[in-house]
Design a protein around this ligand. Sequence first.
Ligand code: PLP
Length: 372
Amino acid sequence: MIAIDQTLHANQLNFSGGPGALPQAVLDEVQQSIQCVPETGLSILGISHRSDWFEQVVFELERNVLSLMGLGSDYKVLLLQGGATQQFTMVPMNFLGRHDGAHADYLDTGYWSAKALPDARIQGDIRVAWSGRSENYARLPEDHELLLSPSASYLHYCSNETVEGLQFNRVIGLPGVRRVCDMSSDFLSRPGQYDQFDLMYAHAQKNLGPSGVTLVVIKRELLEQVPKGLPSFLDYREQARANSILNTPPVFAIYVVLLATQWIRQTIGGLDAMGEINQSKAACLYRVIDQSDGFYRCRVAHDDRSIMNVAFSLPDPGLQAHFLAESALLGFSGLAGHRSVGGLRASLYNGLELAAAEHLAEFMSDFAQRNG
Ligand SMILES: *Cc1c(COP(=O)(O)O)cnc(C)c1O
């Protein structure tokens, strides 16, 4: 077996599917802020959400997110609660429309996009424009397979299927139909044509911070379409009007996300650089899988492989247990597949360093040689 890498400690070898690993530099700052945020002299856990300082935190976070994504002031960033799951309800509640024949198109490409469906259906007519369920979610659709409706109120899909390890490398949808995207597991992980979307949402806990806050990036003009009479907490327009401080927001989680965006901007150098690092991390694992003569199996279509979640399996469950046990001895964690699909999965969120992925690749080659 390969040797334990003394330069990488447990946090750096955390391949958890979520909450995910955070960069060490961010953790160091967070640790200090629990005692005292330098600018305020107070612990982050005891600072009022109505303070000028926190208002600045929200302001700077919004600016960082828009600037990283290359978006202008025609977009608004909201910091909400309830996780990505609450967005499954809020999106149709706010944007399905109440006119005769109002409907929305959804893609069913995996565990998470499928999860969005039942909650959306409570709100009205939801049509599935393509489903990968019958093929066990082994691939993403091609454009010509999509049954998209030009009169849909919006199209909803998930850019990265966290469980199956599928990721879109293009923008989907018809011109003139609003695009809504669940980007929970690849938000701020690479550059993209984000101005093609009307609403993007992502909870923080995979790529950006702790659980407790969900970022929604929404085109401001959409806010005008929110129907009257919604509970204020679930109303995007009310949340925007209150600058995300409608009630007590998760101050701590928001602060950590601010630190993570500062880290992406200043230490990493933006989304182009972040994307290159993430691409390299995934490439070294897929290389080992592809060169293993079928010892490691990746069941998703080659072109749809995710660079965030590398899902793979071994020929039998006994070997898989052996893989998990040996990798744990070397300090790796979080490598078991999602409980719904089993197998193995390496999640390569922003906070995970290239050296950690390379170390895992080294272990995987060695394990294959000894057990193949
Ligand atoms: C993890 C995940 C979710 C669930 O998010 P919660 O914050 O737990 O509600 C939704 N969508 C995607 C793509 C995810 O990866």
